[in-house]
Design a protein around this ligand. Sequence first.
Ligand code: IPD
Ligand code: CA
Ligand code: CA
Length: 266
Amino acid sequence: MARSAIINVMVQAAMKAGRSLSRDFGEVQNLQVSLKGPGDYVSQADRKAEEIIFAELSKARPGYAFLMEERGVVDGEDDQHRWIVDPLDGTTNFLHGLPIFSISIALERQGQIVAAVIYNPAMDELYTAERGGGAFQNDRRLRVAGRSKLSDTVIGTGIPHMGRGHHGNYLVELRNVMAETAGVRRMGSAALDLAYVAAGRLDGFWEIGLSPWDIAAGVLLIREAGGFISDMDGGQTMLESGSVVAGNETIHRALLKTLKTPLAKR
Ligand code: IPD
Ligand code: CA
Ligand code: CA
């Protein structure tokens, strides 16, 4: 499959950072048994991966702005383009030696996401999408799952943890979804969850309290795989509100409805 120049730039950055993360992941597995644990090591691995991506993308496209998890906002002379980057999505998994983590890179042009790369180095799975050009896993064209009955679906989610609010509301949402579906999964990397919806592995996904770098690339992957993605109210404020609901057209609609059903009625 011939990739465009911009996707090549993004893939190269993601793969280079992926090699660095993979080396560090090996060390993290050794450090599990140490008393101090791998915490500091993981923070370094995260920053190192971000440095690599920043250097690669800045070299290939000088002047583009950045929004990165660790560095935050980096202004560029080019006010049309912005990279949105999470160098390590799934930090808790990485820290615990669970091989479900990813690098997420999106390119925004005039406020619209136009290119996306999500890469899981532990499984060597690469997801790419370009606006109007479809979504791919490695060289395979992606399409969201076709299931239309909620009762047949497996739905991904993110469970809010210590220090995050919304625990009570989340339990209502979870109760509603678990009562109507074949299963709920919590993978631990929102970017990969969205890629899995694009790939038809998950029939749908919802989470609140996310950041733009968790979501940006996944939004384009899902759209390009023929899926639907919105905030919890069905609007398009995902990057601002940090909430997402995704699936094929039918499942997306059904999930929106189910998530909003008050507990008292069940
Ligand atoms: C986290 C992961 C996780 C989601 C959290 C995110 P991080 O990102 O995407 O799946 O539930 O809300 O913060 O911290 O590992 O980059
Ligand atoms: Ca993240
Ligand atoms: Ca991160």
